[in-house]
Design a protein around this ligand. Structure first.
Ligand code: FMN
Length: 191
């Protein structure tokens, strides 16, 4: 059974990211096991930068939701991230979650070089912003979100299989038929 982890970085219930992720999940084959995580519902303390996870392979902070998500990601076959653009990047809570999960994403070779733990696994990203198209792409709004996630994927080994960037969300609160079709296409790139 293919295990898919979905990270919803938007705190807006029923917002555009939630709609997009809903469409993608609905288009996944029924035999997939899908875990959908809404970041604003999680309790995640910020990383303290102690670096002990690098040698221990686990986080030494008191048990919270970051530990649980890290275990789900460790065991996943594919990753889907949906993130609104906040100041040209992913929201802080989501960044804090990824900061806490380095050990489940990337190891260290004996020579100190990074060791990707998810080599070749597919990932897709959907991103939204109020900035309208094409400025959301040109001025690193939705493309800024994707760029920051790509950095995580590069060192953890996830292969970016597809993206969907939607700008102008303040005025356009619903997905277009074209965007819905793109969501279905993204699901096929995962499974
Ligand atoms: C704290 C905050 C920062 C934001 N920063 C930006 C930004 O830098 N650029 C932008 O185009 N939109 C910005 N927005 C608007 C969000 O991107 C927009 O509300 C979101 O993409 C809508 O998607 P959702 O319904 O899935 O949450 C910001 C919104 C908030 C709450």
């Amino acid at each position: 059974m293919m295990k898919v982890v979905v990270i919803n970085a938007s705190p807006r219930r029923g917002g555009l990211i939630s709609q997009m992720l809903g469409r993608i999940v609905a288009a996944l084959p029924p035999e997939c096991r899908v875990d959908v995580l809404t970041v604003c519902d999680l309790q995640v303390k910020p990383c303290t930068g102690c670096m002990r996870c690098r040698s221990l392979g686990r986080c030494v902070l008191p048990e919270d939701d970051a530990h649980c998500v890290a275990e789900l990601i460790r065991a996943c076959d594919a990753l889907i991230v949906g993130s609104p653009c906040y100041w040209g990047a992913m929201p802080g809570q989501t960044k804090a979650l990824f900061d806490r999960m380095v050990y489940a994403l990337m190891g260290e070779r004996p020579n100190g070089m990074p060791l990707p733990l998810h080599r070749g696994k597919p990932a897709v990203v959907v991103a939204t912003s109020n900035t309208a198209w094409p400025f959301n792409v040109w001025f690193h709004q939705t493309s800024g979100v994707i760029r920051s996630l790509k950095e995580i994927f590069r060192w953890s080994g996830f292969r970016l299989a597809g993206t969907l960037q939607k700008g102008g969300c303040r005025k356009r609160g619903a997905l277009t038929p074209r965007e819905i079709a793109k969501c279905k296409k993204l699901a096929r790139k995962i499974c």
